[in-house]
Write a protein that binds this ligand. Structure first.
Ligand SMILES: [Zn+2]
Ligand SMILES: [Zn+2]
Length: 388
């Protein structure tokens, strides 16, 4: 006999006795069933669960499991709409129409939450607009350089900041300098985040169990608003300001340091030495440019790099060691030249002069290419640092 042919009361009796632990073989014989012992459970009608389908209210059914099975929680499915629940199987997700709809709504809710989080972040970062006169000379130069490269016609916004344009000179000696320029102008209120910057401009993190959070911005993706109140906006492009001698020397040192570091980085790349110019290297370069011109500093860097590379070639230094030794090699060269009162050779500028360098040397300091070739001294700030 087949199990479907058993009267209801006998079927109930069979199932009760099975789950009570009677031997399968004996049960099959007692009920005269035509089924293999291993298949008996699978022929039982499914269990009808008391809890209705949460999507449509239909009856949820669950296939019977063997009495020795560990997974008592097998998959239950709605008779009516096909929705299933799979407790203990979090990787199995129902994709019935109602569940798919729920998923879309949850995604939309997350999107709205992220929009709110971005809005709150932009509001939190908001600073009052400033007048050009409120900015330091350095900030005026930075703003002019960024506006020259990235501003729209009306000088209202900066777009794609940091993205190199092939026909234009670079904005600053190093791409890291562009990021510092942005940070400085942003914290001064000279530029600010536009609310309609694309989603990609915001670095969003979400830790499990926490709401999403903006942890930073991607400067090149942000639409930066130029928050300058001055009526004559064209003044943004021309940093008309007169530094004192001390200020002029500081600006000169800073630019020389950036340009020398840019040279160092390009030499490092040429030799395939993978070391970042960290604080130690920056500090020693700063020390050098206060004594020598950028052109001479490049020569010292070149010699240090050559010696390092030779040491590496002779195999008593590996690449990592070379990177770490770079500041020491440069410092030794510098101290040797200082002690012997040698003049390093003048090395030519490599590549195009950056916009920020042109603005500083040609416009604000009025020393032109002397900024690169002369040592930064008060006497060499001649003609006197004055403009406007
Ligand atoms: Zn259902
Ligand atoms: Zn479902």
């Amino acid at each position: 006999m087949k199990i479907e042919d058993l009267p209801e009361d006998q079927l109930a009796d069979l199932m009760r006795r099975y789950y009570d632990g009677e031997k399968v073989g004996e049960l099959i014989e007692a009920f005269g069933l035509d089924v293999k012992p291993s298949q008996l459970v699978s022929t039982f009608p499914p269990e009808r669960l008391p809890e209705p389908c949460r999507q449509c209210g239909g009856t949820m059914i669950r296939p019977r499991v063997g009495r020795s099975s560990y997974s008592a929680e097998s998959l239950s499915r709605c008779e009516l709409c096909g929705h299933f629940d799979a407790p203990g199987h979090s990787w199995r997700r129902c994709s019935c129409e109602a569940c798919a709809d729920e998923e879309i709504k949850a995604t939309q809710a997350r999107e709205f939450e992220i929009v709110d989080v971005i809005d709150a972040y932009v509001r939190k970062c908001e600073l009052a607009p400033v007048s050009l006169a409120d900015l330091t000379i350095r900030q005026r130069i930075y703003l002019a350089a960024l506006a020259t490269a990235y501003a729209d016609e009306d000088l209202r916004v900066l777009l794609h900041v940091g993205v190199e344009q092939t026909k234009m000179p670079p904005v600053a000696p190093r791409s890291a300098d562009v990021i510092s320029m942005i940070r400085e102008l942003w914290s001064a209120g000279a530029i600010g985040l536009m609310r309609n910057s694309p989603r990609s401009a915001f670095d969003i993190e979400q830790k499990p169990g926490h709401p999403p959070e903006v942890v930073g911005v991607i400067p090149s993706e942000v639409i930066w608003e130029i928050q300058i109140v001055d009526v004559d906006r064209s003044a943004i492009l021309i940093p008309n300001c007169t530094p004192t001698i001390d200020e002029a020397l500081i600006l000169w040192h800073e630019m020389s340091q950036s340009e020398a570091l840019a040279y160092l980085e390009s030499e490092r790349d040429r030799y395939g030495i993978d070391a970042v110019a960290g604080d130690k290297t920056s500090a020693i370069i700063r020390e050098i440019v206060e004594k020598y011109s950028t052109a001479e500093t490049q020569c010292l860097v070149w010699m240090a790099m050559r010696d390092l590379f030779a040491a590496m070639q002779e195999r008593y230094m590996n690449r990592r060691h070379v990177g770490n030794s770079l500041p020491v090699f440069i410092k030794n060269k510098f101290e040797h030249y200082q002690a012997k009162k040698y003049d390093p050779k003048q090395f030519d500028r490599r590549g195009k002069q950056s916009i920020v360098s042109q603005l500083l040397y040609n416009h604000v300091l009025g020393i032109g290419e002397n900024g690169f070739t002369l040592r930064p001294t008060t006497e060499n700030l001649n003609p006197p640092a004055a403009c406007a």
